[in-house]
Design a protein around this ligand. Structure first.
Ligand code: GAR
Length: 205
């Protein structure tokens, strides 16, 4: 079993997808051990509680710079993989070093476009529409020291229409996120993802 912790900041629709795909058997080698929020009252916590998953809140206003250390203290030796599913705090080196190539993030654009500092949530879609791209999408990647710079595991694309609002584009991309994140987790749980430098290689069997 691949033991995971899911880190969240908000609504938790990606968390919900993982919960659903574990319970319908698609992620039959994954168990969700913890859901940790950096924001008090995040709706994602309600989703986790409903599913009987242990929840912790380390509010970023309270923990500030020690947030990563607290997460490390909690998860070291207790989980195999950390999933950032709409988690908006920056993860520090100490946590990345301990979980090298074992932290994944979902980002709502086709990296390397519309990512990096300040590009999170609805802002990503505002930037894509402002730029006038015709295709956007989502990316699941490993987390390294940079912001959204780690090796890419998989990407899914969607069309961007001239009349799209950021909210409409967000909703279209979320549908793909809810496929991409479970797919990436399934590949990892089956030992099919190998990382070499900036690249990942996915084995067929
Ligand atoms: C998702 O679109 C996720 O890709 C994005 O926040 C949203 C969270 O939604 N993450 C980032 O922007 C990270 N840079 P959710 O709480 O409903 O899963």
């Amino acid at each position: 079993m691949l033991k995971i912790a899911v880190l969240v900041s908000g609504g938790g629709s990606n968390l919900q997808t993982i919960i659903d795909r574990v319970s319908d058997g698609y992620l039959d080698k994954v168990s969700i051990e913890y859901v940790i929020s950096d924001t008090k009252g995040a709706y994602a916590l309600e989703r986790a509680k409903k599913a009987g998953i242990r929840t912790l809140t380390y509010d970023k206003k309270e923990y500030g710079d020690s947030l990563s250390g607290k997460i490390l203290e909690t998860l070291k030796g207790n989980v195999d993989v950390i999933v950032l599913a709409g988690f908006f705090s920056i993860i520090k080196k100490e946590l990345i070093d301990e979980f090298r190539n074992r932290i994944i993030n979902i980002h709502p654009s086709l990296i390397p476009s519309f990512c990096g500092k300040g590009a999170y949530g609805i802002h990503v879609h505002e930037k894509a529409i402002e730029y006038g791209v015709k295709i956007s999408g989502c990316t699941v990647h490993f987390v390294d020291e940079g912001t959204d710079t780690g090796a890419i595991i998989l990407q899914k694309s969607v069309p961007v229409y001239g009349e799209d609002t950021p909210k409409q584009l967000q909703e279209r991309i979320l549908v793909e996120e809810h496929k991409a994140l479970p797919e990436a987790l399934k590949l990892i749980s089956e030992g099919k993802v190998r990382v070499e430098g900036r690249k990942t290689y996915i084995s067929a069997q």
